[in-house]
Design a protein around this ligand. Structure first.
Ligand code: ADP
Length: 486
């Protein structure tokens, strides 16, 4: 099968979050199943720098845009995944990240930037660039690609369209003037189309017009059909429920493997679990904390935003300090949260380590060095860090939501006796509920037997490889193709 995956980020080209991991790994897994999967994304400077063998393959003249745009072709990563980069320097050759200026504000012309990207993806999809390659499936991801399915819907001989929601909270909302300027077909401006309470919604376009829609875990797929999690789109998702499902993300076991991770101090496996402690000592050293392998060490990695429940961690931090444990944070985002964390690291300088910023290598060392990993998200479409933690024998403490609920099995009498327990799960998004889970983890860690080690090793044996997820995507592609023939 020929598949074009359109995305605004993909490892190893450019990454701000989990979408990049998925968009980097899924094509590799699909290709290893024998399918011809290629990626299309905007030509940000970092993406150009990290690609191999780029060459210009077409000039693009796109309706609604008077920008110069070209299509570049090359490969990405060690598996040489074929990629197309949409090169429109006035829109994409900028500092900052794909969505935000260096000062942290949305680029004011995001509608034009991703509008052009969607038009270019349609061009490639319909083989209008002289590539002599036409996909059977166009797989779009998140709001930045939400206009592709609406633009394709009436095109004869179009491929089947899939839209994957990686996070419903980011919707790509603009206004009527943006819609008009992009010269989109007028009939798209309707309640059934991209109009969303008088605004212009990219994500709604993807959900309403794609043949199949999915999100990245079964539990999140159910949650977003409710008022609480639906972000205003629960009605539409219920309406589409026959063609809407959840497929759990996999993780890349070549990149996230404690046995061969080049970024960690001491490589280890479940059979050589004691070597993990050397990573803990190294991590304590790296954060300037007292080196002592019997002090329980908590870790957090992630965006510092309301979604991730970092404020809940701040609420339980005094209790963690009272237990004598240490905690390290790596993240960036909300400036109030950044300031609060830095303040706490001054106050408890022998117990709290904080790095504000994005540091891929350090994130591996935290996964390897910490004893347990905090992920108290208010909602979590899938979440990758809890799966990395399981792989690294770092016991996750997670909220019972979305992909966290689908990947971590709570310590309890039954799960301990049948050997399935892998972490600590709590229900309510509040400090009290989180504290009860943290308290259980503290008690469990200090048990005199090897219970903690068994728990960690059970996590290491879980299989969240991409092969299983890729097969589910293939089934979804098949059903999208079938939708088109009936
Ligand atoms: P989200 O996509 O909502 O940010 P996920 O858990 O799905 O959350 O994926 C986040 C990815 O980004 C993980 O691979 C995580 O390790 C990485 N990440 C997030 N923040 C940082 C950071 N500050 N430094 C390094 N990696 C980070």
């Amino acid at each position: 099968m020929k598949i074009l995956l359109s995305t605004s980020e993909a490892t190893p080209l450019i990454k701000t979050g989990g979408l990049a991991d998925v968009a980097g790994s899924l094509p590799v897994a699909l290709r290893s199943l024998g399918h011809d999967c290629r990626i299309i994304l905007p030509a940000y400077p970092e993406a150009i720098e990290n690609s191999d063998g780029l060459e210009k393959v077409a000039e693009l003249a796109l309706p609604g845009h008077n920008q110069d745009a070209r299509l570049l072709s090359g490969t990405a990563g060690p598996h040489k995944t074929p990629i197309y980069l949409v090169d429109a320097p006035r829109l994409f050759d900028r500092p900052g990240n794909p969505y935000l200026s260096p000062e942290g504000f949305n680029w004011p012309d995001n509608a034009d930037r991703f509008g052009l990207f969607c038009r270019a993806a349609v061009h490639v999809t319909m083989d209008r660039c002289g590539l002599a390659w036409k996909p059977d499936i166009l797989h779009a991801n998140d709001w930045q690609t939400g206009l592709i399915a609406p633009l394709l819907q009436k095109t004869p001989n179009r491929p089947a369209t899939i839209f994957t929601i990686h996070n419903l909270a980011y919707q790509g909302l603009f206004d009527w003037h943006d819609f008009e300027r992009l010269q989109l077909p007028e009939e798209l401006w309707s309640m059934q189309g991209v109009e969303f309470y008088d605004q212009f919604s990219f994500i709604k376009g993807g959900i309403a017009y794609s043949d199949q829609v999915n999100t990245v875990s079964p539990t999140y797929a159910e949650e977003v059909k409710t008022l609480t999690y639906g972000a205003g789109l629960d009605g539409l998702l219920n309406y589409r429920s026959d063609d809407f499902c959840g497929i759990l993300n996999g993780i890349d076991y070549q990149i996230w493997d404690p046995e061969q991770d080049p970024f960690i101090t001491s490589k280890y496996t479940a059979d050589r679990f004691e070597s993990k402690l050397l990573n803990k000592l190294a991590l304590q050293r790296e954060f300037g904390l007292p080196e002592n392998d019997s002090i329980q060490l908590f870790g957090y990695i992630g965006r510092l935003v309301d979604q991730k429940g970092v404020d809940l961690i701040l609420q339980v931090l005094p209790g963690i300090m009272d237990s004598g444990a240490q905690i390290v944070f790596l993240g960036s985002g909300n400036s109030d949260l950044e300031r609060s964390l830095l303040k706490l690291s001054n106050k408890y300088h022998t117990r709290v380590g904080v790095r504000i910023g994005y540091d891929e290598e350090l994130s591996h060392r935290i996964e390897a060095g910490a004893d347990c990993f905090l992920m108290p998200s208010r909602f979590e479409p899938c979440g990758l860090n809890q799966m990395y933690s399981l792989r690294y024998g770092t016991v996750p403490i997670v909220r019972n939501t979305g992909g966290l609920a689908d990947t971590v099995i709570d310590v309890g009498a039954a799960s301990l006796s049948n050997g399935s327990a892998t972490g600590f799960v709590f229900d309510q998004p509040d400090g009290e509920s989180l504290w009860r889970a943290v308290e259980r983890a503290i008690e469990f860690y200090h048990r005199p037997d090897v219970a903690w080690q068994i728990l960690a090793m059970t996590g290491m044996q879980q299989d969240f490889s991409w092969e299983a997820s890729a097969k589910h995507y293939m089934a979804l592609y098949e059903s999208a193709l079938q939708c088109m023939t009936v």
